[in-house]
Design a protein around this ligand. Structure first.
Ligand SMILES: Nc1ncnc2c1ncn2[C@@H]1O[C@H](COP(=O)(O)OP(=O)(O)OP(=O)(O)O)[C@@H](O)[C@H]1O
Length: 287
C-alpha cells in the first residue's frame, strides 16, 4: 500500500504554474526524500498533502483519503516544519504535557528515548535548534501517527544535529512503524537514511523510485577523474567518449581498465570518484 499518492496534480499561484502534472507515490514504511532546489515546489506540495492549501487539478490520496478538509487525517498524520511553531515561553514539560492531554501517548517513554529528561524545565526559547527539533519529533509521535511529513526539518541544524535527527528518524521508522516523507534541498545527509526518493525541479517530477535503483539507473558506472594532463588523458580515453564536468573528466566504463589505460599512458591521476547521488541530483535539477 502507498502512504501517499499523487496523480497529475497541478497548482498555480496567481496564474503562475508552480506544480505541473505531479505524479508520484510514497510506499508505506518507507523513508522517502523529497529533493529539489529552492523554489522547486516542495513546500507547496507539502502544504497540499497536509490539507493546508488546495490543489487545482489531479488526484491526491494520503493514507487513502483526500487530504483537503479532512479531520480524520489530522489524527493519523503529523507535519514537522523547519522551525518550532510552539509558544516560546512554555517549558518543554508544559508544552509536551499539554499536547499529550489531547493525544495520550507514552510521553515519559518518548522523553527517555529522545534523551531529553534533563531539558524538561527549560523554556522552548532556550533550546538549541537540535533539541527543538527533537521536541517536534516527540510532539509528532504523541498521536501515534501512520505518516510524518517533514518540510526541510534540518535546515536550521548544524551537521552533527542533522545526523542525530536522521538517526532518530531511522529509529522511529523501526520502532513506531511510521512512514516518513521528508523534503530537503541537501541530499548528502538524507542519502544515508532514505529508502526512496522523489526529485522535483521547477514544479516537475524529474525522477522517482527506490534509492538504489535511481542511483544505478542514472549514475550507472560513471567515473569522474581529475588528472594532471587533461588533454592527453582525453585522447587516451577517446574510445570511452569522455566529457568534461568542471575540472573533471567524466567517463563510463570499468574503473580498473580505465586506470590501467591512464597508467600505461603515464597520466598522473589526482583524484577518482564514482558519480554520487549528489551528481545525480545536480543533473536532474539542472543546478
Ligand atoms: N503563496 C504564494 N503565492 C505566490 N507564489 C508562491 C506562494 N508560495 C510559493 N510561491 C511560489 O511557488 C514556487 C514554489 O515555492 P515552494 O515554496 O513550494 O518551493 P520550495 O521547493 O519549497 O522552495 P524552498 O526550498 O525555497 O522552500 C516559488 O516560485 C514561490 O515563489
Amino acid at each position: 500500500m502507498h502512504a501517499i499518492e499523487l496523480y497529475n496534480v497541478y497548482k498555480s499561484y496567481n496564474n503562475k504554474p508552480v506544480l505541473r502534472n505531479i505524479t508520484f507515490t510514497v510506499p508505506q514504511s518507507s523513508i522517502t526524500g523529497f529533493i529539489g532546489p529552492n523554489g522547486s515546489g516542495k513546500t507547496t506540495t507539502i502544504k497540499i498533502l497536509s490539507g493546508l492549501i488546495r490543489k487545482d487539478k489531479g488526484v491526491i490520496r494520503v493514507l487513502e483519503e483526500d487530504p483537503w478538509d479532512n479531520p480524520k487525517l489530522k489524527r493519523k498524520v503529523s507535519v514537522i516544519f523547519t522551525k518550532l511553531p510552539y509558544p516560546p515561553n512554555d517549558t518543554v514539560e508544559e508544552y509536551l504535557s499539554d499536547l499529550n492531554s489531547i493525544f495520550k501517548g507514552d510521553l515519559s517513554k518518548l522523553i527517555k528515548e529522545f534523551n531529553l529528561s534533563e531539558h524538561l524545565k527549560k523554556k522552548i526559547s532556550q533550546l538549541s535548534s537540535g533539541q527543538a527539533q527533537k521536541i517536534q519529533l516527540i510532539a509528532a509521535l504523541l498521536k501515534n501517527p501512520e505518516l510524518i511529513i517533514a518540510d526541510e526539518p534540518t535546515a536550521n541544524l548544524d551537521p552533527q544535529a542533522r545526523l542525530e535527527f536522521y538517526e532518530l528518524v531511522r529509529f522511529m521508522v523501526k520502532e513506531y512503524n511510521v512512514t516518513f516523507f521528508i523534503s530537503s534541498h541537501i541530499l548528502s545527509e538524507l542519502e544515508k537514511v532514505i529508502t526512496h526518493i522523489v526529485f522535483i525541479n521547477n514544479g516537475v517530477i524529474t525522477a522517482t523510485g527506490e534509492i538504489n535503483d535511481i542511483e544505478a539507473k542514472i549514475s550507472s558506472n560513471e567515473i569522474l577523474l581529475l588528472v594532471r594532463e587533461k588533454e592527453k588523458a582525453l585522447k587516451i580515453l577517446a574510445k570511452y567518449n569522455p566529457t568534461l564536468d568542471g575540472a573533471y573528466i567524466k567517463v563510463k566504463g570499468n574503473l580498473r581498465e580505465i586506470v590501467d589505460l591512464l597508467d600505461d599512458g603515464k597520466i598522473e591521476i589526482l583524484s577518482i570518484r564514482k558519480a554520487s547521488l549528489d551528481d545525480v541530483f545536480r543533473k536532474l535539477s539542472g543546478v
